[in-house]
Design a protein around this ligand. Structure first.
Ligand code: ADP
Ligand code: MG
Length: 443
């Protein structure tokens, strides 16, 4: 299969209650692949203290590709969402995994959490570990893996892996068509630790922004990118200078800004421009999803920096997975419903992902790298196997040829014998006297 068309895959996750939650926390249930939200009028009124709200007492149901309840494990989230996208990336299909939801609903925990307790690790560290594990097991191919990370804050794209990020270097970068950020630092990683360390450094830079810019991180989008290219390992010097095909995939893991509407009081202290910009990217993202879901001819991808970066990553040549995170508290039922309605819309967005290929020249340097001792041993085995298969093929072709010749020889002998018998018979009929005399002698 050379492509992976279909639609955006959508999962919902309800996080467990935590200390910071106020009031009752069981507004959301997960049943099979459905999320049920109890929009209980009384409970909402009690929590919000507003007498005039009149939401429907009927629970609302939303069906997705999968749901993760309060006791779900980080591993299950990775196995269902991350692993299929990673597997496709290894054969050259772009992938994007986004987490959407209000602040405090579990987006960062699900995607990025790193902890000394392995089972608590989020999707990105698991993806990195699995990537390098798969690569190490595939000695027949050579991989090139790079990492990058950006933050979109206040309609500005900042390189989170610029060595001088904290002194303002690598900020306000341009985004070209196809979501390419110009001047971005891509770090080539040979081991999982190198990539994990890069992403940890990128995250620390987001946190730095949070302390510096007054909780900016919940209003900023963090995008962690991986570029994976793969080609067959070369074992023969004759291949030097030749072009071989490689697959290239880009993987994005996107921790979006909190989707809640900024309350008026929250933006009062900010400059007008900043307050407008904070929401612009997320609003534009919602509009892009709505336009794609409704199959509109115009998709407003150019309306914000975030949607420009995601050009092609949603509703295009990319396998896209969306994880929507919700808060279990009655207090947040309104935002939970907004989130789940957005997720239902996203399920109607079609994608048409293809295997991305390019030609690369095998340089002498490539050849040397390919023939590192471990790979060389494997290579020799592959070549020996190939030779053995070739010899067997030759043997069976020779045997088939011999059998054919033998069959032809026998066929010819039979034909000759038949011809001989015919001749004898004809001879006897031509000399009836003799025949009849022989006949009469016998009786
Ligand atoms: P967001 O990124 O959406 O703002 P966070 O991921 O920071 O939210 O989560 C908010 C809080 O809830 C954090 O303290 C986090 O540790 C906790 N949390 C979120 N999801 C879970 C979960 N599945 N299990 C345990 N704690 C969680
Ligand atoms: Mg977060």
């Amino acid at each position: 299969m050379d492509n992976a068309s279909g639609r955006v895959q959508v999962w919902a996750r309800v996080r467990p209650p935590i200390e910071q939650d106020h009031g009752p926390c069981h507004a959301v249930d997960c049943i099979d692949k459905t999320v049920r939200v109890r929009n209980d009028a009384e409970a909402v009124e009690r929590m919000l203290g507003q007498a005039d709200t009149s939401p429907s007492p009927e629970p609302k149901e939303f069906a997705f590709d999968g749901v993760f309840g309060e006791s779900s494990a980080q591993r299950d989230v990775f196995m269902q969402i991350g692993l299929p996208v990673l597997r496709e990336a290894l054969r050259g299909i772009n992938g994007t995994i986004l987490a959407y939801g209000q602040t405090g609903s579990g987006k960062t925990h699900s995607l990025l959490h790193q902890s000394s307790k392995g089972e608590e690790a989020g999707l990105l560290p698991r993806l990195v570990a699995s990537l390098f594990l798969m690569i190490s097991q595939d000695v027949a191919n050579v991989y090139d893996v790079e990492a990058a990370a950006v933050q979109v804050y206040n309609e500005q794209v900042d390189d989170l892996l610029n060595p001088d990020h904290q002194s303002g270097q690598g900020n306000n970068l341009n985004v070209r068509d196809g979501g390419i950020v110009t001047g971005l630092n891509w770090i080539r990683c040979m081991k999982p630790d190198e990539m994990l360390e890069s992403f940890t450094r990128a995250r620390a830079n987001v946190v730095y922004a949070e302390t510096k810019m007054n909780k900016a991180s919940s209003r900023s989008h963090a995008i962690f990118q991986l570029r994976i290219s793969k080609r067959e390992r070369v074992f023969e010097a004759a291949k030097t200078g030749q072009k071989v095909e490689c697959t290239i995939a880009r993987l994005n893991v996107v921790d979006l800004a909190g989707s809640e509407r900024v309350k008026k009081s929250g933006s009062e202290g900010m400059r007008f421009q900043e307050a407008t910009n904070i929401n612009r990217s997320l609003l534009a993202f919602g509009n892009v999803v709505s336009a794609l879901a409704a199959r509109k001819s115009h998709v407003p991808l150019r309306d914000s920096k975030l949607t420009r970066i995601l050009d092609g990553s949603i509703g295009g040549n990319c396998r896209t997975a969306l994880l929507v995170c919700v808060n279990p508290a009655f207090e947040h039922v309104g935002e939970t419903l907004n989130t789940l309605e957005f997720a239902s819309r996203a399920m109607r967005v079609e994608v048409d992902a293809k295997v991305n290929t390019a030609l690369v020249e095998v340089s002498a340097k490539n050849l040397l790298a390919d023939l590192n001792p471990e790979a060389h041993e494997f290579g020799k085995k592959v070549m020996a196997d190939k030779k053995e298969i070739e010899a067997l093929r030759k043997q069976s072709a020779e045997a088939a040829e011999q059998a054919k010749k033998e069959a032809e020889r026998r066929e010819k002998a039979v034909q000759e014998a038949e011809g001989h018998v015919k001749k004898l018979q004809q001879a006897r009929y031509r000399r009836p006297g003799r025949f009849w005399s022989e006949f009469s002698l016998c009786h």
